[in-house]
Design a protein around this ligand. Structure first.
Ligand code: OGA
Ligand code: MN
Length: 197
């Protein structure tokens, strides 16, 4: 695993946005995608909001994605395999990069056709515990015409990242303004944050 973790960390250090293709195996990616689809068809997904606590808002003009939180208590072996992988990654980050991560949270995400998420930072106004954002895309055969890129707004211009299957993206939650461009097809991912509480 160390090589896989290092590849993402090295890419993050070089470019502020770490991107690798093999952070999760093709098999796990397929299993998680199937699990996402099952949970969606069981109506477990909820419209995502912005803000937290009593500030929470649901506005499809800001974001149109549906989410479902992963949880070890679901006793789903694929979710648990994902959490085992993340436990290893957090341990490795804390040991090699002195990050002091104390926890994480991840949800499945589905953007229906025609939805997007306008420019934002991943930290709440009243809580900066989210330190690193991580997204793993679960879309096989994604084409440029399908849209739905993650657009990261750097000081020197935008960076567009297509949500291709198995691609993992890792960046600092409080620093990089980003958005999800309108998707022309249902767009699936696991999205989450490494936290210091
Ligand atoms: C988010 C987000 C990006 C993506 O959920 O906060 O910015 O590419 N997601 O899905
Ligand atoms: Mn975001």
């Amino acid at each position: 695993m160390e090589e896989i973790f290092n590849a993402l960390i090295d890419s993050f250090i070089a470019d502020k946005v770490g991107i690798t293709q093999n952070f999760i195996s093709a098999q796990l990616s397929l299993q998680l995608k199937q699990n996402l689809a099952d949970c969606y068809s069981q109506n477990r997904f909820k419209q995502a909001g912005t803000g937290n606590g009593t500030d929470a808002l649901h506005d499809s003009k800001v974001r149109g994605d549906m989410i479902y939180w992963l949880d070890r208590r679901h006793n789903n072996k694929h979710e648990n395999a994902f959490f085992d992988l993340m436990d290893g990654f957090v341990l490795y980050l804390n040991n090699t990069c002195y990050t002091s991560i104390t926890g994480y949270e991840f949800h499945y995400t589905l953007y229906p056709k025609g939805s997007f998420y306008k420019k934002h930072l991943d930290q709440f106004k009243n809580n900066d515990s989210r330190k690193y954002s991580m997204i793993i895309y679960l879309n096989t055969g994604w084409l440029q015409a399908d849209g739905g890129e993650l657009c990261i707004h750097h000081k020197d211009g935008p960076q567009n990242i297509s949500p291709e299957d198995g691609k993992s993206v890792f960046f600092k939650s409080g620093e990089l303004v980003h958005e999800v461009l309108c998707t022309n097809k249902p767009r699936m991912s696991i999205t989450g944050w490494l936290k210091v509480d």
